[in-house]
Write a protein that binds this ligand. Structure first.
Ligand SMILES: Cc1ncc(COP(=O)(O)O)c(C=O)c1O
Length: 488
């Protein structure tokens, strides 16, 4: 099918017109002098004027003079889609089940603007964002310093792997300087899951080089979350994420978290690495006990195993120190994974390793087309600059402690809370009933964005720049929601 036939098939459908709230006639396609006339006349989705009569003209912004070809929506018009329009398109072309679910829990808002810790829907309603892109927005939305960093790198050539990129080299250097221990080598990718994949592959490859074949077993914790690519998914110690994706990657063993003797029993002659989160985030915000972590580290040394610490969620300031492993005395991981907040929301992942371990990745053994691209590296360099120079870590400690105190007061008073866990600005609130999703929905209805992990736990991972009055507002909303739900 050539592109014209394809366009014809797509845009001439009446349902398409209905979908976008347009009169069907607008979508009639005619062939005129051998070229396709895409739009006849008519108004409008969200202010667009459909007047094109050139060969491939599509919707036109009123007055903008810009037109998309082949009846496509295009960037300018996409920015003007209403909630109904974008919702219909999402259901039709992205994921209908997810759209239905989002609608059912009131999460299908059309957020059209955001600044700092606030986002706004198309009705102008303001939301306090205590979810912060699932912990990936340390300075909230559209932080000026990061946007300026992106601008500075904007004219650099992009995606040239055959180049020792200056920005990538500088970011690797800066991470090597700020990561305690000997983690001087970096592999850059685009997400947390990819960083975890790299860590698993590197651990296996290092064992292969140093010990020979057959040392492929990786031990992870039950309740862990390491991502959704097949290797990272297999590493994730939660059956609910595995279901239906079997067969998983061979060579993974799961042990109860915070249980050293279980880990000791699981180590075999085939083990190459142990991978842990220091606070299990998706698993319900459970911190690792210091004694357990010290024991794991000792065990790894004893058996010649690599210790991989997954700091995708806890890294870059989230828990009050640059990295969570700094809070475990003397802990020296062999590999650390980073992502989420590292570039303030610009996609990036990093797998940091010691020089010795990094030898597992000889040239050609692992790579990523987009990994370490100048824009992502510029955003990460700018992020580190702000974290280190703007008192962010002090703020996380101070406001994090205040948040904990306010939540403890709420727990004492509201009676709906079983436990509060976490560190810095990574906090889990375990409820007495299994209604975390309903609480999340009710909070959103009152202008507070949070999420739930599991049936019972609310998770707060707000931007690291929140202040005490923001905590007051969030805890006040949560308190009102919990009290109302208790009355029902
Ligand atoms: C600890 C941890 N590791 C890995 C991942 C996967 O990261 P991504 O969603 O960027 O692939 C996550 C995501 O939540 C995470 O919390």
């Amino acid at each position: 099918m050539n592109v014209h036939e394809n366009v014809h098939k797509t845009v001439s459908r009446r349902s398409e017109a209905r979908l976008l709230g347009l009169p069907a006639r607008v979508f009639r396609l005619r062939k005129v002098y051998g070229t396709w006339k895409t739009w006849e006349s008519g108004d409008n989705m969200a202010g667009m004027r459909l007047t094109g009569d050139g060969p491939h003209d599509g919707p036109d912004y009123q007055g903008s003079g810009k037109r998309s070809i082949y009846g496509l929506i295009g960037l300018d018009n996409a920015l003007k889609l209403s909630r109904k329009e974008s919702g219909s398109l999402f259901a039709k072309h992205v994921n209908p089940g997810l759209k239905t679910m989002l609608s059912a829990i009131g999460f299908d808002k059309n957020f059209v603007a955001a600044e700092g810790i606030f986002v706004y829907d198309e009705a102008g309603t303001r939301y306090l964002d205590f979810l912060g892109g699932y912990g990936s927005l340390p300075f909230g939305h559209n932080p000026p310093d990061i946007l300026a960093g992106l601008d500075k790198a904007g004219s650099r050539p992009n995606y040239l792997q055959a180049q020792a990129s200056a920005l990538q080299a500088a970011l690797a250097h800066d991470l090597a300087v700020i990561l305690p221990g000997d983690l001087s080598m970096a592999f850059f990718c685009n997400s947390g899951a990819e960083a975890v994949e790299a860590a698993i592959k590197l651990a296996r490859r290092y064992a292969y080089i140093t010990k020979g074949a057959g040392h492929s077993q990786v031990i992870t914790a039950l309740g862990s979350f390491h991502g959704r690519t097949l290797g990272a998914l297999t590493a994730t110690g939660q059956a609910k994420y595995h279901e239906g994706f079997e067969p998983l990657v061979p060579g993974f063993t799961y042990v109860p978290f915070n249980d050293l003797s279980a880990l000791e029993e699981a180590v075999t002659g085939k083990t190459c690495a142990v991978m842990l989160e220091l606070i299990q985030g998706e698993g319900g915000v459970y911190p690792a006990d210091p004694g357990y972590v010290a024991g794991v580290s000792r065990l790894c040394k004893q058996h010649g195993l690599l210790l991989i610490i997954d700091e995708v969620q806890t890294g870059t300031g989230r828990t009050g120190t640059l990295f969570a492993y700094q809070q475990y005395e003397g802990l020296k991981p062999d590999i650390v994974t980073l992502a989420k907040g590292l570039a303030s929301g610009v996609p990036i992942g990093a797998c940091m390793a010691t020089e010795a371990v990094s030898k597992g990745f000889e040239p050609g053994k692992h790579a990523s087309t987009f990994g370490g691209n100048p824009l992502a590296c510029a955003a990460a360099l700018a992020t580190l600059d702000v974290i280190l120079n703007d008192g962010i870590l002090d703020n996380v400690k101070k406001v994090g402690a205040y948040l904990m105190q306010k939540l403890q007061e709420l727990k004492a008073e509201a009676g709906a809370v079983a436990e509060i866990r976490g560190r810095g600005l990574m906090v889990g609130i375990e409820l007495i009933g299994a209604n975390a999703a309903a609480v999340t929905t009710a909070c959103r209805g009152r202008g507070l964005l949070i999420n739930s992990v599991g049936e019972k736990t609310l998770r707060l991972v707000p931007p690291l720049i929140i202040q005490e009055p923001d905590v007051d507002e969030a805890v006040d909303i949560l308190g009102r929601v919990l009290r109302e739900m208790q009355k029902q």
